[in-house]
Design a protein around this ligand. Structure first.
Ligand code: ARG
Length: 409
């Protein structure tokens, strides 16, 4: 092994991180090991990306196929938590960063690197997620961010790539900043920064326009202990399930999101997402929880789910609190098993059937027809006692003349 310091770079194959390989070398005198992690982002062949890293001057280049791991160990916990930041964003990028970090740290150990590098700017959440993840799993490693810390701006990157004849496109055709994986796709910047501008057709690629949908598509999703195991009776792997629903729900234009989001760094930003599979699965999972979770557990879980999403959004994947909430959420999922039937059509995934051996729904209690086992005469006494505290408080208000709610005018 050489005496030079080694740096592991989170490599995407794009312009910025390709230029960063040589740029980091020049600025720090270190050798660069490029690591690309496949989380189902699609696009270019990863072997092509690996070769490009070597052509750009990396001493080692490494591609990790983390798609199955991402689906089962990151997307499924998010599904169990109905993970939606601000009630809308299914945490697409926030979920992938901890996993990418894990693979980068593994490469750092394998290749004897002392420092990690990522291509994020200083304005977003992803820099925080990478660096807090690194610190959480490898506190001894340093971290640099060439775009943020070593002045690698877009213009510098284009000049550098042209001057060194790097094998990478330097045109700026795409005005958007895009991050994608199998759980969804995030699109920001460009004309979307004007909040009044509606997204144009070219913004989307996981979903077709829901205005002109194909015929309705009926799907049955089978869950076991909170996670899907089969679609239309066919057992599939976690990755296959997400891919299949991305395809079918994507064709119906399901899972398009346009929101203004509160970033961890204090900025409000306009974000467009498309997550057809994720949104379909979350809708189905919530519907199944509605019949299998006990009422108080379900009510409490809603606030836990919300907190879980905030923690994951806020770069706390490896934090003690997030792990404690995982334990709670896992415990709630023991009876979340059964089938959910949905119609996918015109931008919506609508639940229209559910069945479960673990259901708490009791037909005989709920029915208004014959066979009713619910004794309605008990309700009178229940309400008398349940309403006692309200009655006492109201009587006191009357005594003190503060009976605004009783005034009739
Ligand atoms: N705003 C989202 C988040 O913080 C998406 C970020 C996507 N990253 C990107 N480079 N476009 O999770």
């Amino acid at each position: 092994m050489s005496k030079k310091e080694r740096i592991v770079l989170a490599y995407s194959g794009g312009l910025d991180t390709s230029v960063a390989i040589g740029w980091i070398g020049e600025q720090t005198g270190s050798e660069v090991i490029a690591v690309a992690v496949d989380v189902g982002q699609g696009g270019e062949d990863l072997e092509v990306i690996r070769q490009r890293a070597l052509d750009c001057g990396a001493v080692e280049a490494y591609v990790a196929d983390a798609r199955d791991e991402f689906a089962s160990d990151y997307c499924w916990p998010a599904l169990k938590a109905n993970g939606l930041y601000q009630g809308e964003y299914p945490l697409v990028s926030a979920l992938s960063r901890p996993l990418i970090s894990k693979h980068l740290v593994r490469a750092a150990r394998e290749f004897g690197a002392s420092t990690m590098a990522h291509g994020c700017t200083g304005k977003g959440n992803d820099q925080v997620r990478f660096e807090v993840s690194f610190t959480s799993i490898a506190p001894d490693l340093n971290c640099i961010a060439p775009v943020r810390d070593l002045a690698l701006t877009r213009d510098v990157a284009i000049d550098y790539a042209n001057k060194h004849k790097l094998p990478i496109e330097t045109t700026k055709n795409n005005p958007f900043s895009i991050d994608q994986n199998v759980w969804g796709r995030a699109i920001e910047t460009g004309f979307l920064e004007d909040l009044w501008n509606a997204p144009t057709k070219d913004v989307y690629s996981y979903t077709d326009d829901p205005t002109y949908p194909p015929l309705p598509d009926e799907v049955i999703i089978t869950f076991q202990e909170g996670v899907p195991v089969a679609i239309d009776g066919q057992e599939l792997t976690p990755l296959e399930i997400i891919q299949e629903l991305n395809r079918r729900a994507g064709a119906q234009g399901i899972g398009r999101i346009d929101m203004v989001e509160d970033r961890l760094v204090g900025i409000k930003s306009r974000e467009i997402y498309e997550a057809p599979g994720a949104m379909t699965l979350i809708t189905a999972h919530q519907a199944l929880e509605n019949l299998t979770l006990e009422r108080e557990q379900a009510r409490f879980k809603r606030s836990v789910d919300n907190r879980w999403a905030e923690l994951v959004y806020d770069a706390q994947w490896f934090s003690p609190l997030k792990k404690s909430l995982d334990a709670f959420i896992d415990h709630t999922q023991q009876y979340v098993s059964g089938d959910i039937r949905m119609t996918l059509h015109g931008g919506r995934a609508t639940v229209n059937g559910r069945r479960s051996d673990e259901s708490l729904y009791d037909f005989n209690l709920a029915t208004y027809e014959t066979g009713d086992t619910y004794d309605q005469s008990h309700s009178r006494g229940f309400i008398e006692i349940y309403g006692m505290t309200a009655k006492l408080a109201a009587a006191r208000d009357v005594r003190f003349g503060k009976d605004e709610d009783l005034a009739i005018d």
